[in-house]
Ligand binder design. Structure first.
Ligand code: CAA
Length: 386
Protein backbone atom coordinates (compact mmCIF):
# COMPACT_ATOMS: atom_id res chain seq x y z
CA UNK A 1 0.00 0.00 0.00
CA UNK A 2 1.26 3.46 -0.92
CA UNK A 3 2.28 5.86 1.79
CA UNK A 4 2.05 9.52 0.90
CA UNK A 5 4.94 11.20 2.67
CA UNK A 6 4.92 14.69 1.22
CA UNK A 7 1.40 15.59 2.15
CA UNK A 8 0.10 18.91 0.94
CA UNK A 9 -3.65 19.30 0.99
CA UNK A 10 -3.66 22.74 -0.58
CA UNK A 11 -5.14 23.03 -4.06
CA UNK A 12 -3.18 25.10 -6.58
CA UNK A 13 -4.60 28.28 -8.11
CA UNK A 14 -5.22 26.34 -11.31
CA UNK A 15 -7.07 23.56 -9.48
CA UNK A 16 -9.26 26.12 -7.73
CA UNK A 17 -10.07 27.79 -11.05
CA UNK A 18 -11.04 24.50 -12.66
CA UNK A 19 -13.18 23.59 -9.66
CA UNK A 20 -14.91 26.98 -9.82
CA UNK A 21 -15.47 26.73 -13.58
CA UNK A 22 -17.11 23.31 -13.13
CA UNK A 23 -19.21 24.58 -10.21
CA UNK A 24 -20.42 27.59 -12.22
CA UNK A 25 -21.21 25.43 -15.23
CA UNK A 26 -23.17 22.97 -13.10
CA UNK A 27 -25.28 25.74 -11.56
CA UNK A 28 -25.94 27.79 -14.66
CA UNK A 29 -26.11 25.13 -17.38
CA UNK A 30 -27.02 21.83 -15.74
CA UNK A 31 -29.28 22.70 -12.84
CA UNK A 32 -32.05 24.30 -14.94
CA UNK A 33 -34.12 21.42 -16.31
CA UNK A 34 -32.27 18.59 -14.58
CA UNK A 35 -35.48 17.25 -12.99
CA UNK A 36 -37.36 17.38 -16.30
CA UNK A 37 -34.53 15.65 -18.16
CA UNK A 38 -34.57 12.89 -15.54
CA UNK A 39 -38.36 12.50 -15.82
CA UNK A 40 -38.32 12.45 -19.61
CA UNK A 41 -35.09 10.44 -19.92
CA UNK A 42 -33.77 13.26 -22.10
CA UNK A 43 -30.10 13.34 -23.04
CA UNK A 44 -28.45 16.68 -22.12
CA UNK A 45 -27.17 17.20 -25.68
CA UNK A 46 -26.72 20.97 -25.55
CA UNK A 47 -25.05 20.83 -22.17
CA UNK A 48 -22.64 18.10 -23.28
CA UNK A 49 -21.70 20.20 -26.31
CA UNK A 50 -20.90 23.11 -23.99
CA UNK A 51 -18.92 20.82 -21.66
CA UNK A 52 -16.87 19.88 -24.71
CA UNK A 53 -16.30 23.55 -25.61
CA UNK A 54 -15.11 24.14 -22.05
CA UNK A 55 -12.51 21.39 -22.53
CA UNK A 56 -14.11 19.01 -20.03
CA UNK A 57 -14.48 16.05 -22.37
CA UNK A 58 -10.76 15.62 -22.97
CA UNK A 59 -9.44 17.04 -19.74
CA UNK A 60 -6.26 14.99 -19.41
CA UNK A 61 -5.39 14.71 -23.09
CA UNK A 62 -2.34 16.50 -24.45
CA UNK A 63 -3.39 19.72 -26.29
CA UNK A 64 -1.64 18.41 -29.41
CA UNK A 65 -4.43 15.80 -29.59
CA UNK A 66 -7.19 18.31 -28.93
CA UNK A 67 -7.29 17.94 -25.14
CA UNK A 68 -6.94 20.37 -22.25
CA UNK A 69 -3.69 18.99 -20.80
CA UNK A 70 -4.93 19.00 -17.21
CA UNK A 71 -4.04 16.49 -14.51
CA UNK A 72 -6.18 13.80 -12.87
CA UNK A 73 -6.60 15.88 -9.71
CA UNK A 74 -8.34 18.54 -11.84
CA UNK A 75 -10.50 15.80 -13.31
CA UNK A 76 -11.60 14.64 -9.84
CA UNK A 77 -12.44 18.22 -8.83
CA UNK A 78 -14.47 18.86 -11.98
CA UNK A 79 -16.24 15.48 -11.80
CA UNK A 80 -17.31 16.18 -8.21
CA UNK A 81 -18.82 19.56 -9.11
CA UNK A 82 -20.66 18.34 -12.22
CA UNK A 83 -21.94 15.24 -10.40
CA UNK A 84 -23.32 17.27 -7.49
CA UNK A 85 -25.92 18.59 -9.91
CA UNK A 86 -26.27 16.16 -12.82
CA UNK A 87 -24.82 12.65 -12.71
CA UNK A 88 -26.33 11.93 -16.14
CA UNK A 89 -24.00 14.54 -17.63
CA UNK A 90 -21.04 13.46 -15.53
CA UNK A 91 -21.19 9.84 -16.69
CA UNK A 92 -20.81 11.04 -20.29
CA UNK A 93 -17.84 13.10 -19.13
CA UNK A 94 -16.32 10.20 -17.18
CA UNK A 95 -16.63 7.60 -19.95
CA UNK A 96 -15.29 9.96 -22.60
CA UNK A 97 -12.37 11.19 -20.49
CA UNK A 98 -11.11 8.18 -18.68
CA UNK A 99 -12.17 5.19 -20.73
CA UNK A 100 -12.18 6.42 -24.31
CA UNK A 101 -9.71 9.32 -24.47
CA UNK A 102 -7.23 8.00 -21.93
CA UNK A 103 -7.24 4.56 -23.55
CA UNK A 104 -6.65 6.01 -27.02
CA UNK A 105 -3.98 8.45 -25.91
CA UNK A 106 -2.07 5.87 -23.87
CA UNK A 107 -2.27 2.85 -26.16
CA UNK A 108 -3.39 4.14 -29.58
CA UNK A 109 -1.10 4.63 -32.60
CA UNK A 110 -0.29 8.13 -33.91
CA UNK A 111 -2.72 7.57 -36.79
CA UNK A 112 -5.48 6.48 -34.40
CA UNK A 113 -4.90 9.53 -32.23
CA UNK A 114 -5.00 11.86 -35.22
CA UNK A 115 -8.16 10.32 -36.62
CA UNK A 116 -10.15 9.33 -33.54
CA UNK A 117 -8.74 10.99 -30.43
CA UNK A 118 -8.69 14.60 -31.69
CA UNK A 119 -12.46 14.93 -32.26
CA UNK A 120 -13.18 13.04 -29.03
CA UNK A 121 -10.82 15.07 -26.85
CA UNK A 122 -11.89 18.41 -28.30
CA UNK A 123 -15.50 17.56 -27.58
CA UNK A 124 -16.74 17.58 -31.18
CA UNK A 125 -18.02 14.06 -30.61
CA UNK A 126 -18.07 11.66 -27.66
CA UNK A 127 -17.61 7.95 -27.39
CA UNK A 128 -18.35 4.75 -25.53
CA UNK A 129 -16.61 1.71 -24.09
CA UNK A 130 -18.00 -1.70 -25.01
CA UNK A 131 -16.96 -4.52 -22.69
CA UNK A 132 -20.20 -5.71 -21.05
CA UNK A 133 -22.39 -8.25 -22.82
CA UNK A 134 -25.66 -10.00 -21.99
CA UNK A 135 -23.59 -12.81 -20.44
CA UNK A 136 -20.40 -10.96 -19.52
CA UNK A 137 -20.71 -8.31 -16.80
CA UNK A 138 -18.40 -8.86 -13.83
CA UNK A 139 -17.01 -11.96 -15.57
CA UNK A 140 -15.53 -9.81 -18.28
CA UNK A 141 -13.24 -12.47 -19.82
CA UNK A 142 -16.32 -14.37 -21.13
CA UNK A 143 -16.61 -12.32 -24.32
CA UNK A 144 -19.03 -13.74 -26.90
CA UNK A 145 -18.62 -10.94 -29.44
CA UNK A 146 -16.28 -12.25 -32.11
CA UNK A 147 -13.75 -10.47 -34.30
CA UNK A 148 -12.64 -12.95 -36.94
CA UNK A 149 -9.30 -12.11 -38.55
CA UNK A 150 -9.91 -11.68 -42.30
CA UNK A 151 -6.45 -10.42 -43.23
CA UNK A 152 -6.83 -6.67 -43.67
CA UNK A 153 -9.91 -6.41 -41.45
CA UNK A 154 -11.88 -8.11 -38.67
CA UNK A 155 -15.42 -9.37 -39.17
CA UNK A 156 -17.27 -8.48 -35.99
CA UNK A 157 -20.47 -10.11 -34.74
CA UNK A 158 -22.14 -9.83 -31.35
CA UNK A 159 -24.07 -7.74 -28.87
CA UNK A 160 -22.89 -5.31 -26.20
CA UNK A 161 -25.10 -4.31 -23.28
CA UNK A 162 -25.61 -1.23 -21.10
CA UNK A 163 -23.44 1.00 -23.26
CA UNK A 164 -23.24 4.55 -21.94
CA UNK A 165 -23.52 7.03 -24.85
CA UNK A 166 -24.86 4.15 -26.97
CA UNK A 167 -26.95 6.41 -29.20
CA UNK A 168 -25.36 9.81 -28.72
CA UNK A 169 -21.80 8.52 -29.12
CA UNK A 170 -20.12 7.98 -32.45
CA UNK A 171 -16.80 6.25 -31.66
CA UNK A 172 -16.64 3.10 -29.56
CA UNK A 173 -13.87 0.93 -28.15
CA UNK A 174 -15.17 -2.61 -28.60
CA UNK A 175 -13.70 -5.69 -26.94
CA UNK A 176 -14.14 -8.85 -29.04
CA UNK A 177 -12.80 -12.39 -29.07
CA UNK A 178 -10.52 -13.24 -31.99
CA UNK A 179 -9.02 -16.51 -30.78
CA UNK A 180 -11.23 -18.54 -28.44
CA UNK A 181 -8.43 -21.04 -27.74
CA UNK A 182 -6.36 -18.28 -26.18
CA UNK A 183 -9.10 -17.20 -23.75
CA UNK A 184 -8.65 -13.65 -22.53
CA UNK A 185 -5.32 -13.47 -24.40
CA UNK A 186 -7.29 -13.82 -27.64
CA UNK A 187 -9.39 -10.67 -27.06
CA UNK A 188 -8.83 -7.52 -29.13
CA UNK A 189 -9.98 -3.94 -28.69
CA UNK A 190 -11.23 -2.42 -31.95
CA UNK A 191 -12.17 1.18 -32.68
CA UNK A 192 -15.65 1.12 -34.15
CA UNK A 193 -17.62 4.06 -35.53
CA UNK A 194 -21.40 4.22 -35.64
CA UNK A 195 -21.41 4.74 -39.42
CA UNK A 196 -19.90 1.31 -40.07
CA UNK A 197 -22.12 -1.08 -41.98
CA UNK A 198 -23.54 -3.70 -39.63
CA UNK A 199 -23.59 -1.36 -36.61
CA UNK A 200 -27.06 -1.10 -35.01
CA UNK A 201 -28.18 0.75 -31.91
CA UNK A 202 -30.50 -1.46 -29.84
CA UNK A 203 -33.08 -0.63 -27.24
CA UNK A 204 -32.69 2.23 -24.82
CA UNK A 205 -32.66 1.09 -21.20
CA UNK A 206 -35.37 2.52 -18.92
CA UNK A 207 -33.21 3.05 -15.84
CA UNK A 208 -33.67 3.69 -12.12
CA UNK A 209 -31.16 6.55 -12.14
CA UNK A 210 -28.89 8.60 -14.41
CA UNK A 211 -31.96 8.69 -16.62
CA UNK A 212 -30.71 11.59 -18.74
CA UNK A 213 -27.82 9.49 -20.03
CA UNK A 214 -28.48 7.24 -23.00
CA UNK A 215 -27.75 3.61 -22.23
CA UNK A 216 -28.30 1.21 -25.11
CA UNK A 217 -27.39 -2.21 -26.31
CA UNK A 218 -25.33 -2.25 -29.52
CA UNK A 219 -25.50 -4.96 -32.14
CA UNK A 220 -22.84 -5.79 -34.69
CA UNK A 221 -23.60 -7.96 -37.68
CA UNK A 222 -20.84 -8.83 -40.12
CA UNK A 223 -19.28 -5.47 -39.39
CA UNK A 224 -15.96 -4.98 -41.17
CA UNK A 225 -13.44 -3.20 -38.96
CA UNK A 226 -10.06 -2.35 -40.54
CA UNK A 227 -7.01 -3.94 -38.88
CA UNK A 228 -5.66 -0.40 -38.49
CA UNK A 229 -8.40 0.13 -35.87
CA UNK A 230 -7.00 -2.48 -33.47
CA UNK A 231 -5.46 -1.01 -30.34
CA UNK A 232 -2.06 -2.50 -29.53
CA UNK A 233 -0.75 -5.94 -30.38
CA UNK A 234 -2.97 -8.88 -31.29
CA UNK A 235 -4.54 -10.19 -28.06
CA UNK A 236 -3.96 -7.02 -26.01
CA UNK A 237 -7.68 -6.21 -25.74
CA UNK A 238 -8.46 -7.64 -22.29
CA UNK A 239 -5.41 -6.13 -20.62
CA UNK A 240 -6.24 -2.85 -22.35
CA UNK A 241 -9.76 -2.97 -20.89
CA UNK A 242 -8.44 -3.70 -17.39
CA UNK A 243 -5.85 -0.92 -17.52
CA UNK A 244 -8.38 1.58 -18.82
CA UNK A 245 -10.92 0.60 -16.17
CA UNK A 246 -8.42 1.26 -13.37
CA UNK A 247 -8.34 4.92 -14.37
CA UNK A 248 -12.06 4.92 -15.11
CA UNK A 249 -12.74 3.91 -11.54
CA UNK A 250 -11.21 7.21 -10.37
CA UNK A 251 -13.77 8.98 -12.55
CA UNK A 252 -16.74 7.00 -11.21
CA UNK A 253 -15.44 7.35 -7.64
CA UNK A 254 -15.46 11.13 -8.19
CA UNK A 255 -18.94 10.92 -9.61
CA UNK A 256 -20.09 9.07 -6.48
CA UNK A 257 -18.31 11.67 -4.35
CA UNK A 258 -20.19 14.44 -6.17
CA UNK A 259 -23.56 12.73 -5.78
CA UNK A 260 -22.88 12.35 -2.05
CA UNK A 261 -21.70 15.92 -1.54
CA UNK A 262 -24.60 17.29 -3.60
CA UNK A 263 -27.09 15.43 -1.40
CA UNK A 264 -25.28 16.50 1.77
CA UNK A 265 -25.32 20.20 0.78
CA UNK A 266 -29.07 20.02 0.10
CA UNK A 267 -29.71 18.25 3.41
CA UNK A 268 -27.61 20.79 5.30
CA UNK A 269 -29.47 23.70 3.72
CA UNK A 270 -32.85 22.08 4.35
CA UNK A 271 -32.00 21.45 8.00
CA UNK A 272 -31.35 25.18 8.42
CA UNK A 273 -34.74 26.11 6.97
CA UNK A 274 -37.17 23.42 8.10
CA UNK A 275 -38.66 23.83 11.54
CA UNK A 276 -39.98 21.05 13.79
CA UNK A 277 -40.78 21.08 17.50
CA UNK A 278 -40.35 24.84 17.60
CA UNK A 279 -36.87 25.12 16.10
CA UNK A 280 -34.89 24.54 12.89
CA UNK A 281 -34.24 20.82 12.60
CA UNK A 282 -30.46 21.45 12.55
CA UNK A 283 -30.79 22.13 16.26
CA UNK A 284 -31.87 18.54 16.91
CA UNK A 285 -29.06 16.18 17.76
CA UNK A 286 -30.64 13.42 15.63
CA UNK A 287 -30.04 15.62 12.55
CA UNK A 288 -26.65 16.89 13.71
CA UNK A 289 -25.31 13.35 14.09
CA UNK A 290 -26.50 12.46 10.61
CA UNK A 291 -24.84 15.56 9.13
CA UNK A 292 -21.62 14.84 11.03
CA UNK A 293 -21.47 11.27 9.74
CA UNK A 294 -22.31 12.34 6.19
CA UNK A 295 -19.62 15.05 6.15
CA UNK A 296 -17.02 12.69 7.63
CA UNK A 297 -17.62 9.93 5.10
CA UNK A 298 -17.65 12.43 2.22
CA UNK A 299 -14.33 13.90 3.29
CA UNK A 300 -12.81 10.41 3.49
CA UNK A 301 -14.15 9.60 0.00
CA UNK A 302 -12.69 12.87 -1.32
CA UNK A 303 -9.26 12.02 0.09
CA UNK A 304 -9.43 8.55 -1.48
CA UNK A 305 -10.27 10.06 -4.88
CA UNK A 306 -7.55 12.68 -4.69
CA UNK A 307 -4.96 10.15 -3.54
CA UNK A 308 -5.73 7.82 -6.46
CA UNK A 309 -5.56 10.77 -8.87
CA UNK A 310 -2.31 12.01 -7.33
CA UNK A 311 -0.73 8.57 -7.71
CA UNK A 312 -1.82 8.45 -11.36
CA UNK A 313 -0.47 11.94 -12.01
CA UNK A 314 2.86 10.94 -10.46
CA UNK A 315 3.18 7.73 -12.49
CA UNK A 316 2.81 5.59 -9.38
CA UNK A 317 0.81 2.35 -9.20
CA UNK A 318 -2.82 3.31 -8.63
CA UNK A 319 -4.83 0.14 -9.30
CA UNK A 320 -5.55 -0.60 -5.64
CA UNK A 321 -6.08 3.06 -4.71
CA UNK A 322 -8.57 3.51 -7.58
CA UNK A 323 -10.56 0.46 -6.50
CA UNK A 324 -10.54 1.62 -2.86
CA UNK A 325 -11.72 5.07 -3.96
CA UNK A 326 -14.49 3.59 -6.11
CA UNK A 327 -15.61 1.14 -3.42
CA UNK A 328 -15.64 3.67 -0.62
CA UNK A 329 -17.08 6.59 -2.58
CA UNK A 330 -19.91 4.60 -4.13
CA UNK A 331 -20.90 3.01 -0.80
CA UNK A 332 -20.75 6.53 0.70
CA UNK A 333 -22.94 7.94 -2.07
CA UNK A 334 -25.61 5.32 -1.45
CA UNK A 335 -25.55 5.78 2.33
CA UNK A 336 -25.40 9.59 2.27
CA UNK A 337 -28.22 9.97 -0.27
CA UNK A 338 -30.52 7.71 1.78
CA UNK A 339 -29.77 9.85 4.85
CA UNK A 340 -30.38 13.04 2.84
CA UNK A 341 -33.83 11.76 1.87
CA UNK A 342 -34.47 10.92 5.53
CA UNK A 343 -33.54 14.43 6.66
CA UNK A 344 -35.94 15.86 4.08
CA UNK A 345 -38.75 13.59 5.38
CA UNK A 346 -41.82 13.56 3.10
CA UNK A 347 -40.29 16.27 0.89
CA UNK A 348 -37.33 14.01 0.26
CA UNK A 349 -39.58 11.41 -1.32
CA UNK A 350 -40.98 13.68 -4.02
CA UNK A 351 -39.34 14.71 -7.25
CA UNK A 352 -39.12 18.47 -6.87
CA UNK A 353 -36.51 18.10 -4.11
CA UNK A 354 -33.42 16.77 -5.83
CA UNK A 355 -32.41 14.26 -3.17
CA UNK A 356 -34.62 11.39 -4.36
CA UNK A 357 -32.99 11.67 -7.81
CA UNK A 358 -29.53 11.72 -6.25
CA UNK A 359 -30.44 8.59 -4.28
CA UNK A 360 -31.50 6.82 -7.48
CA UNK A 361 -28.37 8.07 -9.27
CA UNK A 362 -26.11 6.82 -6.46
CA UNK A 363 -27.07 3.17 -6.98
CA UNK A 364 -25.35 2.76 -10.34
CA UNK A 365 -21.99 3.85 -8.90
CA UNK A 366 -21.99 0.58 -6.92
CA UNK A 367 -22.52 -1.34 -10.16
CA UNK A 368 -20.82 0.10 -13.24
CA UNK A 369 -17.10 0.10 -14.02
CA UNK A 370 -16.86 -2.86 -11.65
CA UNK A 371 -19.36 -3.62 -8.89
CA UNK A 372 -18.43 -3.08 -5.24
CA UNK A 373 -17.80 -6.84 -5.09
CA UNK A 374 -15.36 -6.64 -8.03
CA UNK A 375 -13.54 -3.73 -6.35
CA UNK A 376 -13.09 -5.95 -3.28
CA UNK A 377 -11.70 -8.70 -5.53
CA UNK A 378 -9.21 -6.26 -7.07
CA UNK A 379 -8.20 -4.83 -3.67
CA UNK A 380 -7.83 -8.26 -2.04
CA UNK A 381 -5.74 -9.59 -4.94
CA UNK A 382 -3.49 -6.58 -4.66
CA UNK A 383 -3.12 -7.03 -0.88
CA UNK A 384 -2.36 -10.73 -1.19
CA UNK A 385 -0.03 -10.65 -4.18
CA UNK A 386 3.19 -9.90 -2.25
N1 CAA B 1 -4.03 -4.38 -15.59
C1 CAA B 1 -3.43 -5.20 -16.47
N2 CAA B 1 -3.73 -6.51 -16.61
C2 CAA B 1 -4.69 -6.99 -15.81
C3 CAA B 1 -5.37 -6.21 -14.85
C4 CAA B 1 -4.99 -4.85 -14.76
N3 CAA B 1 -5.59 -4.02 -13.92
N4 CAA B 1 -6.26 -6.98 -14.21
C5 CAA B 1 -6.17 -8.21 -14.74
N5 CAA B 1 -5.21 -8.22 -15.71
C6 CAA B 1 -4.78 -9.32 -16.52
C7 CAA B 1 -4.23 -10.47 -15.68
O1 CAA B 1 -2.85 -10.30 -15.41
C8 CAA B 1 -4.50 -11.67 -16.56
O2 CAA B 1 -3.53 -11.74 -17.58
P1 CAA B 1 -2.47 -12.98 -17.63
O3 CAA B 1 -3.29 -14.23 -17.54
O4 CAA B 1 -1.77 -12.80 -18.93
O5 CAA B 1 -1.58 -12.77 -16.44
C9 CAA B 1 -5.79 -11.28 -17.28
O6 CAA B 1 -5.91 -9.87 -17.21
C10 CAA B 1 -7.01 -11.91 -16.67
O7 CAA B 1 -7.06 -11.51 -15.32
P2 CAA B 1 -7.65 -12.44 -14.19
O8 CAA B 1 -7.10 -13.82 -14.33
O9 CAA B 1 -7.46 -11.72 -12.92
O10 CAA B 1 -9.20 -12.49 -14.63
P3 CAA B 1 -10.47 -12.79 -13.76
O11 CAA B 1 -11.51 -13.21 -14.70
O12 CAA B 1 -10.15 -13.67 -12.60
O13 CAA B 1 -10.84 -11.38 -13.09
C11 CAA B 1 -11.70 -9.15 -13.07
C12 CAA B 1 -10.76 -10.16 -13.72
C13 CAA B 1 -10.86 -8.20 -12.23
C14 CAA B 1 -12.80 -9.74 -12.24
C15 CAA B 1 -12.27 -8.43 -14.31
O14 CAA B 1 -13.01 -9.34 -15.08
C16 CAA B 1 -13.10 -7.22 -13.99
O15 CAA B 1 -12.57 -6.15 -13.70
N6 CAA B 1 -14.45 -7.35 -14.10
C17 CAA B 1 -15.33 -6.21 -13.98
C18 CAA B 1 -15.61 -5.65 -15.36
C19 CAA B 1 -16.00 -4.22 -15.32
O16 CAA B 1 -15.47 -3.41 -14.55
N7 CAA B 1 -16.91 -3.84 -16.20
C20 CAA B 1 -17.30 -2.50 -16.34
C21 CAA B 1 -17.87 -2.27 -17.70
S1 CAA B 1 -17.48 -0.70 -18.37
C22 CAA B 1 -18.62 0.40 -17.75
O17 CAA B 1 -19.33 0.13 -16.82
C23 CAA B 1 -18.55 1.72 -18.42
C24 CAA B 1 -19.76 2.58 -18.26
O18 CAA B 1 -20.58 2.59 -19.13
C25 CAA B 1 -19.90 3.49 -17.15
Amino acid sequence: MHQILNMNFELSEEHLMIQQAARDFARTELLPGVIERDNEQRFPAEQIKKLGELGFLGMMVDPKWGGSGMDSVSYVLAMEEISKVDASASVVMSVNNSLVCWGLETYGSEEQKEKFLKPLASGQIHGGFCLSEPEAGSDATSQRTTAVDMGDHYLVNGTKNWITNGKSGSTFLVMAQTDVEKGHRGINCLIVTSDMEGFTVGKKEDKLGIRGSDTHSLMFQDMKVPKANRIGEDGFGFKFAMKVLSGGRIGIASQALGIASGAYELALQYSKERKAFGTEIMNHQAIQFKLADMATRIEAARLFCLKAAWLKDNDEEYLEAASMAKLFASETAMWVTVEAVQIHGGYGYVKEYHVERLMRDAKITQIYEGTSEIQRVVIARSLLKD
